[in-house]
Ligand binder design. Structure first.
Ligand code: MTE
Length: 316
């Protein structure tokens, strides 16, 4: 990964939330005024959902939620890895307005009886949303606690009626050459991730469409992204456009770019070092001292059994 070890988050580089919200309100207000002037109620409705930071309504909190202090909303919005936009942590928030979030479709296809192209707004209405508070541990050594809003990936896969050939799931992100990172081909695009079928169907694995009760900001993977809390953050593909049920194990982006450092499983494991650094500890964004990283990022009770008999070295 083009990863620098990001030890210090520069407070000066974070736009204060009131400023950010003020700016957003202005932009959003101008867009809404333009749309209503055109008397296009349908488009206005779509626009409401398309906007990052729109409230998602009352949400049930999942019992699968972690009960730790949440990382600040501002930090989650301004400390991102999103190579389609940029390679540093602060630029994705500044460049996310360049993302075209509507129209947006997600194609579910491959080894299944009912392939389908979902319009994102249809998809948002089809599955009940809930709040899931999860730890996210990045392979670079930082972590966050994020109140995601989403629904189990399983719910969408079940609708497709997977066949017995569906042994893995391949998730593909968008590939929009208008975006600076994509244009510069800083890595191979589109970004691809993969899961084994049992991982994809696990109740902890979700598709997220929001956080902190609002639709996702572009830099966090709008309009829809994967979240697999027991794996390093790079497994959580952002801005997904295709989900394919396949037999063979997919080759994910980082594995293809750097097979010496990245594998397929990427389960959080403090006992196995990254070839260039230890994974024993992590820095929770917003905290001063490092804390110990937990096996499977603290979700061992729920997921360790999935890997019984597999060499833990392979699990990275
Ligand atoms: N998905 C896409 N499409 N492009 C990316 O660059 N970065 C990954 C992952 N998903 C990435 C992606 C990495 S390395 C991490 S750590 C997480 O997204 C970061 O998610 P966050 O910015 O919402 O914390």
């Amino acid at each position: 990964m083009l990863i620098k070890r990001p030890d210090d988050l520069k407070a000066s580089e974070i736009t204060p939330r009131p400023l950010y919200l003020g700016r957003r309100k202005l932009l959003v207000g101008a867009a809404a005024a333009a749309a209503s002037a055109l008397l296009l109620p349908d488009l206005l409705g779509r626009g409401r959902l398309a906007r990052a930071g729109s409230p998602l309504g009352p949400l049930k909190k999942s019992p699968l939620s972690a009960s730790e202090a949440l990382t600040g909303h501002k930090d989650i919005l301004h400390y991102n890895n999103f190579y389609e936009l940029a390679t540093d942590k602060e630029s994705p928030a500044k460049l996310a307005h360049l993302m075209h979030l509507r129209p947006w479709t997600v194609r579910v296809e491959g080894a299944c009886g009912k392939p389908r192209t979902w319009d994102i707004d249809e998809l948002l209405k089809a599955f009940p949303l809930e709040e899931r508070i999860y730890r996210l541990r990045c392979v670079e050594g930082w972590s966050m606690v994020i109140p995601w809003v989403g629904f189990p990936l399983r719910a969408l896969l079940d609708r497709a009626e997977p066949t017995s050939q569906a042994k893995h799931v391949e998730l593909t992100s968008f590939d929009d050459p208008r975006l600076p990172g994509t244009q510069a081909r800083v890595i191979d695009f589109p970004y691809v991730e993969g899961l084994r079928m049992d991982e994809a169907m696990h109740p902890l694995t979700i598709l997220s469409v929001g956080l902190y009760g609002e639709t996702l900001a572009g830099q966090n993977g709008a309009p829809i992204r994967l979240v697999v809390p027991w794996k390093y953050g790079f497994k959580s593909a952002k801005s997904i456009v295709r989900i394919r049920l396949v037999e063979e194990q997919p080759v994910n982006t980082w594995q293809r770019m750097n097979p010496r450092e990245y594998g397929f499983y990427a389960n959080v494991n403090p006992a196995i070092d990254h070839p260039r650094w230890s994974q024993a500890k992590e820095r929770r964004i917003g905290e001063l001292f490092r804390r110990k990283t937990l096996p499977f990022n603290g979700y061992a009770d729920q997921v360790a059994a999935l890997y019984a008999g597999l060499d833990p070295r392979k699990l990275y």
